[in-house]
Design a protein around this ligand. Structure first.
Ligand code: PLP
Length: 428
């Protein structure tokens, strides 16, 4: 360990303000240890009934705590439900494949062609070459990767500071119409609650309006980091808006006290996943699955085997309670505000481009100080970011926002303190 530890990037350090947090807590470590001790790769209900049942209960608890629409509950009349994946990328890729298959099925059924007929096969083969997934320049790269894995095209629309770096209804409509003009079929889009560089939120209400005209498009809301904020009442106006989505994911392992990995995926129609991923080899058949009364999570994901992640969720929820989780989120927001105030005091050399939003602030070297030379401001911002990280005192992330260089600062792990935040704000 003495040889390994110095080479580890210390995500739990009070001086870690980079990327997003990857929180670890003692209750979740304990849950993880029990899960490792049991190691029951619960791909179907029979392989470990308690793993499956606890996952369903924990995810319903979470959906209620986040005030998600009831249609995401396992008990909903629409057949909703939720599942824990290893990462947001995995969750997004999984729903993209399900979206592709649902789109093809629906389109072909609309043609009224007989199952197995050559015409049907031909139309299906052609359709598969014309599918396009939609995101924005600020959508996380996992959607683009999901499109590669789904073997479909991907279009990213531009976003602007004046529109809060968000996907607007007008921009979405323009992209969809352009796709249609070119003979493409938009089948899926990612809308984001808290984009990676700026924590921007796409305009869910406007997207909902556009969706009325394009009902076949699967809308996924990606809240990988910021979704955790929905545990607090002051952010729950977003929960209502997530009703636009066919599916929603957020990572407990970023901001909600559960250690990596724990990416929660909520879906309105579990049948969309099961119809896509259910395969029935003889060695997986059993009377419980055939009864239709149990959940086989193997049909809700890409791998077959799965870890008992619900245990650490249970330990965390029971240890901290909703109040404890809210306290952590609010503490991060408070620290984010403190840091932004400190930056404002240095507006002669620093310009805040965006934030604080969900505790994140994006800033750069003020171009006004450089005769409005934005190119030079970009170069200096990138250089400053490199020097800060090379110093080893704190860690931040350099990125680009609508083409301009920015530094991201996010005080959100459990060990960051007011003192370490202020110290970073006073960095010279
Ligand atoms: N979506 C967003 C908005 C993200 O910020 C990230 C990663 O930071 C991801 C998806 C991918 O997350 P994961 O590493 O869990 O695949």
């Amino acid at each position: 360990m003495f040889k390994v530890a110095p080479g580890v990037t210390h995500w739990q350090s009070p001086n870690y303000f980079a990327i997003f947090p990857a929180i670890v807590t003692y209750p979740s470590i304990l849950g993880e240890m029990y899960s490792a001790a049991f190691t029951a790769p619960a791909f179907n209900w029979l392989c470990s009934p308690a793993s499956t049942e606890l996952e369903t209960v924990m995810m319903d608890w979470l959906a209620k705590a986040l005030k998600l629409p009831c249609s995401f509950l396992s008990t909903s009349s629409n057949g909703g439900g939720s599942v824990i994946h290893g990462s947001a990328s995995e969750a997004i890729t999984t729903v993209m494949v399900a979206a592709r298959e649902r789109y093809i099925r629906t389109k072909i059924d609309q043609e009224g062609l007989k199952e197995g007929s050559p015409e049907r096969e031909e139309i299906e083969a052609y359709l598969r070459t014309r599918l396009v997934a939609i995101g924005s320049e600020e959508t996380h790269s996992s959607t683009q990767k999901g499109a590669i894995i789904s073997a479909t095209r991907y279009r990213a629309m531009p976003v602007e500071l004046e529109e809060g770096y968000a996907i607007t209804g007008a921009r979405l409509e323009a992209v969809l119409e352009q796709c249609q003009k070119e003979g493409f079929h938009p089948y899926y889009m990612t809308a984001t609650l808290g984009t990676t560089t700026s924590c921007a939120v796409d305009r869910f209400d406007e997207i909902a309006e556009v969706k009325k005209k394009w009902p076949l498009i699967w809308v996924h809301v990606d809240g990988a980091y910021a979704g955790a904020s929905l545990i607090c009442e002051e952010f729950q106006h977003y929960s209502r808006q997530i009703d636009i989505a066919d599916s929603f994911n957020f990572n407990m392992h970023k901001w909600l006290m559960v250690n990596f990995d724990c990416s929660c995926l909520f879906i309105k129609r579990r049948a969309d996943l099961i119809q896509t991923f259910n395969v029935q080899p003889a060695y997986l058949k059993n009377t419980f699955s055939e009864s239709g009364l149990v959940t086989d999570y193997r049909d809700w994901q890409i791998p077959l085997s799965r870890r008992f992640r619900a245990l650490k969720v249970w330990f965390v929820l029971r240890t901290y309670g909703i109040k404890g989780l809210q306290q952590h989120i609010r503490r991060s927001i408070h620290l984010g505000d403190i840091f932004a105030r400190l930056l404002k005091e240095r507006s002669d050399i620093i310009e805040i481009i965006w934030g604080p939003v969900f505790a994140l602030t994006c800033f750069r070297i003020n171009p006004k100080k450089l005769n409005d030379d934005t190119e030079l401001a970009d170069k200096l911002t990138t250089k400053v970011a490199e020097q800060i990280n090379a110093s080893g005192k704190i860690m931040i992330t350099a990125s680009r926002l609508a083409g301009r260089a920015v530094i991201r600062f996010l005080p959100a792990n459990t060990n960051v303190t007011e003192q370490s935040t202020r110290r970073a704000g006073d960095y010279n």
